[in-house]
Design a binder for this molecule. Sequence first.
Ligand SMILES: NC(=O)c1ccc[n+]([C@@H]2O[C@H](COP(=O)([O-])OP(=O)(O)OC[C@H]3O[C@@H](n4cnc5c(N)ncnc54)[C@H](O)[C@@H]3O)[C@@H](O)[C@H]2O)c1
Length: 351
Amino acid sequence: MPFNSAVIGLGGMGTWHVKSIQDKVSRIHVKGAYDIRPEALEKTASLGIKAYSSLDEVLSDPEIDLVTIAIPNDMHAPTAIRALRAGKNVVCEKPVTLNSAELQQILDVQKETGKLFSVHQNRRWDKDFCIVKEAKKQGLLGELTFVESKVQGSRGSMYGWRGYKRNGGGMLLDWGVHLIDQIMQLDPTKVVKVDSHLLSVYTPEVDDNIKLMLLFEDGMSAVLEMSTMCLIPSPRWHVEGTKGTLCIDDWSCKGEMYQLKQDAAMEWDEDIVYTEAGPTRTMAPRPKYTMNKIALPKVKADWSEYYNNIADVMEGKAELIVKPEQTMRVMKVIDLLFKASEEGHGFKCEI
Ligand SMILES: NC(=O)c1ccc[n+]([C@@H]2O[C@H](COP(=O)([O-])OP(=O)(O)OC[C@H]3O[C@@H](n4cnc5c(N)ncnc54)[C@H](O)[C@@H]3O)[C@@H](O)[C@H]2O)c1
């Protein structure tokens, strides 16, 4: 028998949760949804699910095993706490909360109730990220040194509730949380230094164009950039390692990777090299015979893996992939990135 679930918030993402579970996760059956706006519930008929008239009605339905929370960010914590207290397993959309203190409140209740609590960090299964992770795992790039991870839109301001502070709007909590979670999955060592530039260019109340800098204990340095007015995007990923360089252009995952040839030692030229930008030794191009172009690793990447893991955990067959303690590390980094922006300087840390 499949587990029964209900989705709270039938907006853009809530509707995606319903359809994606229906299409791809046979062990979970979406029984219904609740939304504070009755008009949002009109689509329940075409989705073939029940329209609940209140959160209490969902939480008192003994058939519901799992609740997915897909509402504006400021309401995640109170809703998750009510659902856990009602004895439901909970999947919460990102960002789990507005800060780490709020997350701690949820985790205290989760511990008390022993129910499952996980955050929908679906971008751990993005193909572009999986390629970078696999290249690192296979040692194709050596030790990673500089990693740039960027997403760049061109529509200006943050849309709807994402433009308001009270709703937990802003880019750091919206996309920042994805890119930080990915980079902390790529490098599991401690984050030892952070800094941020959080600009509010098109959305007065919140940050909308942001640059985050994270230094890891093993020496990897990451720049994460999210902008909303970029007409010529940079690559989605640019990854430099001691043995190679990888570049992924965009979500279609076109890109290339070069690796140093093991048997081709590079000789420095006796003379300075003349480039189009004048004479240089340090930045003179590397001779082509010292490197190989190699194919990007093949990966399997599907967001439905997230809910398959949730079903496995509910069946007692596996551990959570997106663990609360990982989410807590991400939220602590976010707390410090906000502080860095407010105070105008970076911080050393051990997160
Ligand atoms: N993981 C991802 O890739 C991803 C993508 C988009 C959005 N999200 C997250 O999903 C959540 C929802 O975002 P969205 O884009 O779907 O927003 P949305 O505005 O499209 O939908 C939110 C819905 O929640 C309803 N709602 C508001 N308060 C409610 C309450 N107290 N109880 C019940 N319903 C309520 C609204 O009426 C609306 O229908 C956010 O936390 C967002 O960060 C995640």
